[in-house]
Design a protein. Structure first.
Length: 307
């Protein structure tokens, strides 16, 4: 099981690059990132429900009223993360925001492993864990430094937005742990994923209404959907695979290793997306410094897991 979850986590992280490209097309087609994410999450929910039905585990949902309520609300983290990206990218810049998200993810996963809240035996802060964490954080910082294209905005005087970015990253491994608890309750991973996505869909729908009523954002439209490429719908499937893999992997290989692998997979896939301009995204040269950062990410995960 453990040997399968290591490459699975790396692959699931790579799918986040697919999700980003697909969601960009969906946002363009609907004219609203909130509407696009709501649709994407709805697709993921439907896909997971179908898988639960095909595997004969859909009946596990009947046990949901008996589980602690907070075991079922992990999906709120997905909506919080998406809303945070929408708020932070214009203020901190995409590159700095992503770096802070990674830092938040790794710091939270470190805390979960050390405390034992990730579902396993509490891990001592030994040399491999400390060195691996430092390598991952250094890799993320180097990726930011080596990123080509427009430079991020200055973050001076934006401590509140920086804190939000760290928190938005931190909720993702916490979501994995909460979903893992729900899996223990229900014993059906696809049902757990569907519940998580359904909660996230509802939370994003609330955010969509808030943006329309309070912020007076332009109403989304469905007119652009027919002209959207078919792969614009893949974001929901990619997200469903990511969420299901993470809450399955964390209790087995640890939060730091699972999250580090998904982050590394995302960055490896992003190198190819940027280099070749896949998913209709702009082509960007991949600098040697950025490649060094990706290597450090992978090395950090290997140190945490193998030493």
């Amino acid at each position: 099981m453990e040997t399968l979850l290591i490459p699975a986590s790396l692959f699931a992280g790579g799918l986040l690059a697919v999700q980003a490209g697909a969601n960009a097309q969906l946002s363009k087609a609907t004219g609203s990132p909130f509407a696009a994410t709501t649709l994407q999450l709805s697709v993921g929910t439907l896909a997971l429900l179908v898988l639960a039905l095909l595997t004969g585990t859909l009946t596990a949902i009947a046990a949901l009223p008996q589980v602690p309520w907070w075991h079922a609300v992990g999906g709120v983290a997905s909506a919080f993360y998406v809303v945070s990206t929408i708020l932070l990218f214009p203020r901190l810049g995409a590159i700095v925001s992503v770096c802070l998200f990674i830092a938040g993810q790794m710091l939270a996963s470190f805390a979960l492993d050390v405390s034992g809240l990730a579902g396993g035996t509490p891990r001592l802060i030994d040399a491999p864990l400390a060195i691996g964490m430092l390598a991952i954080l250094a890799g993320a910082a180097i990726i930011v430094k080596g990123q080509s294209g427009p430079q991020p905005h200055s973050v001076t005087g934006k401590a509140g937005w920086i804190a939000l970015a760290l928190l938005a990253g931190a909720v993702l491994p916490v979501q994995g742990v909460v979903n893992g608890l729900l899996r223990h309750d229900l014993g059906a991973p696809f049902v757990v994923g569907a519940v998580s996505f359904l909660v996230a869909t509802f939370a994003m729908a609330v955010a969509l209404l808030f943006s329309a009523i309070v912020l007076r954002a332009p109403a989304p439209t469905l007119k652009g959907l027919p002209a959207m490429p078919w792969w614009g719908w893949l974001g929901g499937f990619a997200g469903a695979t990511y969420v299901t893999t993470v809450f399955t992997a964390i209790p087995v290989i640890g939060a730091s290793a699972a999250v580090g692998l998904t982050v590394a997979g995302q960055q490896v896939a992003s190198v190819f997306v940027d280099r070749h301009g896949w998913f209709r995204l702009p082509k960007r040269e991949v600098s040697p410094l950025r490649l060094l950062g990706v290597v450090l990410l992978l090395a950090g995960v290997a140190i945490i897991k193998l030493l």
